[in-house]
Ligand binder design. Sequence first.
Ligand SMILES: Nc1nc2c(c(=O)[nH]1)N[C@H]1C(S)=C(S)[C@@H](COP(=O)(O)O)O[C@H]1N2
Ligand SMILES: [Mo]
Length: 424
Amino acid sequence: MANKKGITRRALLSGTAISIVPASSIAQSIGDESPSWMKTPGSSFNEYGFPSSQEKNTKREIFQPYEEYAPGSGVAMTPLEKLEGIITPNGLHFERSHNGVPNIDARQHELLIHGLVKNPLVFKMEDLLKYPMETKTYFIECGGNSFYNSNAFPIAIDRTCGSIHGLMSTSEWTGIPLKNILREAGVNKEALWLLAEGADSAAMSRSIPLEKALDDTLIALYQNGERIRPEQGYPMRLVVPGWEGNISIKWLRRIKLTKKPTYTKDETSKYSDLLANGKTLQFTFPMEVKSVITQPTAGPIPLKKGPIHITGLAWSGLGKIKKVEVSTDKGKTWKTADIDGANQPLSPVRFRFNWIWNGEECSIESRATDSKNNIQPQRKEWSIKYGLGHLYHNNSIQIWRITPDGKVFNEYDDLAQNEKWSEE
Ligand SMILES: Nc1nc2c(c(=O)[nH]1)N[C@H]1C(S)=C(S)[C@@H](COP(=O)(O)O)O[C@H]1N2
Ligand SMILES: [Mo]
């Protein structure tokens, strides 16, 4: 809120005075007449609430590459540029499903724990609800997030923040630590891996090292306080925090303890990283340190010269965020951004940076460093490590180019590469 002199309270406290809206324009808009909505009673109650009808454009962007024969295979992306804070509202959590959302009857659904265990166990939902639970804020990021800026797209294409990076969402997940259930089943000494399988028609299944399962993996039953949404795995899913989203098996139905990885269909041709030398990495589990400016970003409303509040998200699958830096001069100089709220491991932070745009052509970008001192790479550094067309695990820096007319565009740092491709 601006005070009489048009100086924000926050700016006064931090010593950098930024006048966003002149106070006189606020005063003039409040006339003597009360607005129409104060003259009739308001509408009554809803059993389950919805956002304001005026916020209809805050929605997921859907991409269904095989629409005709597999409409449930694809993604719905979180509109990161329309959201604030770190938590994703449940209705806007991104969705990546390989063959649609199964219509599971929670009363019939069962979870089987078997393989190299002393006591194979079967749980119904009502059994699981009796176990002690814990609540943690974790992000889930698809291994294929930011594929529009990957080696599959050698030229930067014009898209919004959410439609490039929106396969990342954050919830407060509540559930049962998997280690407690495994302890009850009694894991045999020779078991080093487990296979987790979903109850969808894609029967998504992945191999998980036992060490991670005994560390922080959750069987999640609640998402932001309510039971998990069907799209997110109702009635139960794995949350394997910090690791590529694919491993967080939704609609969890089976965990089998094994000696070795199972090498399922979902972890051989897919989710493996093609290197520049033609070799392929079999397993890359953690999602590495990353950040993205969510505002300002490519969009329909041009920027105006003057004060601009730059904000975004930063996260790391390997720990906490140590620092976020912002550059407004094509990466020549970097300044440390403020970090908002609690900074917890494997949970994003929101960063903020007040900037004054002089109206000239420039670019803005953010660079995160995590608690293990990993620094987010430039796109050209990231890109060169991998083969042509490779798209997984892209944590490279997002650059937003601002033109003098205030328009914002997605940009690559490797302009030579851009030109090379456009000539071919
Ligand atoms: N059973 C099952 N689990 C699944 C998937 C799936 O298609 N089926 N998709 C995976 C992928 S690729 C990702 S990125 C995450 C996405 O979780 P979300 O849809 O809740 O965002 O779920 C994973 N778990
Ligand atoms: Mo994914």
